[in-house]
Design a protein around this ligand. Structure first.
Ligand SMILES: CC(C)(COP(=O)(O)OP(=O)(O)OC[C@H]1O[C@@H](n2cnc3c(N)ncnc32)[C@H](O)[C@@H]1OP(=O)(O)O)[C@@H](O)C(=O)NCCC(=O)NCCS
Length: 148
């Protein structure tokens, strides 16, 4: 059985660490703003075991005019559980949360290797690729959300 639950920033580390910060100190899993009240973390559990995480930071990117914007960070699915639809479920849940919070724009810095996944989820690239130190090449991606 799959379940999405709100979790703490610290709870995300067992997934963030091997997937996004492999070989780096565990402290590198902490992101600025992780513990702000406006930040939320979700975990996807399968039979009570954490398989995937996503975090949403209320953060405005000057490329976009929308007042209330959310940035996705720390999107990660444990390697042995990738390509099972967990990422898709977490993104859809994140979009639902943002709409509920009165936002119609999600953006993030996407790893080049994940761009195809986000494109499948309806996200578009804006601007030129850039480097994030120690992590690699990224592009900004975004989606305008509509409430239904
Ligand atoms: C990228 C990631 C979040 C995707 O999650 P996932 O659970 O593996 O993806 P899903 O199974 O939900 O895939 C949904 C669709 O996207 C496709 N897809 C998944 N990863 C992909 C990738 N890296 N590139 C292109 N397409 C991809 C799937 O094949 C599937 O397509 P389908 O519906 O036609 O079968 C996950 O693989 C991951 O954690 N990767 C390593 C860390 C990472 O890159 N995080 C993102 C940082 S910006």
């Amino acid at each position: 059985m799959k379940l999405i639950k709100q979790i703490s920033a610290l709870d995300t580390f067992p997934v963030r660490h091997p997937v996004l910060r492999d070989g780096k100190p565990v402290e590198s899993c902490h992101f600025d703003g992780d513990n702000l009240q406006s930040t939320i973390h979700f975990g996807l559990f399968e039979s009570d075991k954490l398989r995937a995480v996503i975090s949403l930071f209320e953060k405005k990117n000057s490329r976009f005019e929308t007042d209330k914007q959310f940035q996705i960070r720390g999107m990660a699915v444990l390697q042995q559980h990738q390509k099972k639809g967990f990422g898709e479920i977490l993104i859809l849940n994140a979009e639902h949360y943002c709409v509920q919070e009165g936002s119609n724009l999600i953006w993030f810095n996407a790893r080049q290797t994940a761009v195809g996944f986000y494109q499948k989820m309806g996200y578009a690239v804006i601007g030129m690729p850039f480097q994030i130190e120690d992590v690699g090449e990224h592009v900004v991606m975004y989606k305008k959300l509509t409430s239904c």
